[in-house]
Design a protein around this ligand. Structure first.
Ligand code: HEC
Ligand code: HEC
Ligand code: HEC
Ligand code: HEC
Length: 145
């Protein structure tokens, strides 16, 4: 029995890595406050700047969930799961109340602060965007929920 649940956990953790996104509307059913803040912020409309682009590489940072295959259609804009991880396995009430389990099932660990900073910088690289120096901690204070 223990072996079985261990195998199941390994399988699910593996599957969670395989980009299984549910979309921000689903998160919003339980996290309305965070959704409202996000909706007003820069990430909720990040795709309009690249809509006209023919280069698939833009979507990697201006949308959510684009996998290595260029044909994989991403979710529009920088949604919840771009930062929190693909939610198919953790976005359930009983899992969400168990932080350790939620992280095992794909929720990204964003504390302590250096983990958050590394996550932001995966997209906010100094060589992209408008060349302003990016400070993740200060930026998060402006847009955080
Ligand atoms: C069915 C309701 C439900 C859905 C859907 C849901 N959550 Fe949650 N979430 C919760 C509950 C309940 C908690 C725990 C709150 C607490 O313990 O105070 C939580 C906690 C969290 C936390 C804080 C975890 C921590 O302890 O640091 C994050 C981040 C989070 N959810 C993100 C998301 C994201 C992203 C989605 C969509 C992919 C999502 N949630 C979908 C109910 C939900
Ligand atoms: C590695 C991640 C990444 C990639 C790839 C990327 N962008 Fe961006 N882009 C960003 C970030 C982060 C910002 C916000 C930077 C800022 O405001 O300092 C941004 C901002 C922008 C802006 C707005 C600048 C402004 O003045 O507000 C435009 C337009 C843009 N990107 C177009 C593109 C196009 C077109 C492509 C593809 C050729 C692309 N981006 C690829 C991360 C990326
Ligand atoms: C740009 C990245 C980013 C996006 C997009 C994002 N979040 Fe977060 N979220 C964070 C960070 C960073 C934290 C703080 C983590 C911490 O302090 O542990 C956080 C915290 C949270 C928490 C915990 C709040 C608390 O009081 O403990 C919840 C719930 C949450 N986010 C839900 C969402 C939902 C729902 C969405 C989409 C509507 C979303 N987030 C979009 C980065 C993001
Ligand atoms: C999946 C890629 C991605 C991640 C992860 C990400 N961002 Fe962004 N962010 C963007 C893009 C793309 C834009 C530009 C949106 C646009 O087109 O105007 C942006 C814009 C912003 C802006 C407004 C422009 C500026 O520099 O003032 C802030 C602030 C910001 N992000 C903060 C953060 C913080 C803080 C984190 C981590 C908690 C984070 N972002 C994580 C892609 C990302």
């Amino acid at each position: 029995m223990r072996l079985l649940s261990l195998l199941l956990l390994i399988f699910v953790a593996y599957a969670a890595n395989a980009d299984t996104y549910v979309g921000g509307d689903r998160c919003a059913t339980c996290h309305q406050k965070e959704y409202r803040v996000w909706k007003k912020g820069p990430h909720a409309s990040a795709q309009k700047n690249v809509e006209a682009s023919t280069s698939q590489s833009c979507f990697h940072c201006h949308s959510t969930g684009q996998g290595p295959a260029a044909t994989q259609l991403p979710l529009p804009n920088v949604q919840c799961e771009a930062c929190h991880g693909a939610g198919m396995y953790y976005a359930k009430e009983d899992v969400m109340r168990n932080r350790v389990l939620a992280i095992k099932l794909g929720m990204r660990e964003l504390a302590p602060e250096d983990k958050m900073v590394a996550m932001c910088q995966a997209c906010h690289r100094d060589d992209v965007g408008i060349g302003k120096k990016f400070n993740a901690v200060k930026s998060w204070k402006r847009i955080g929920h």
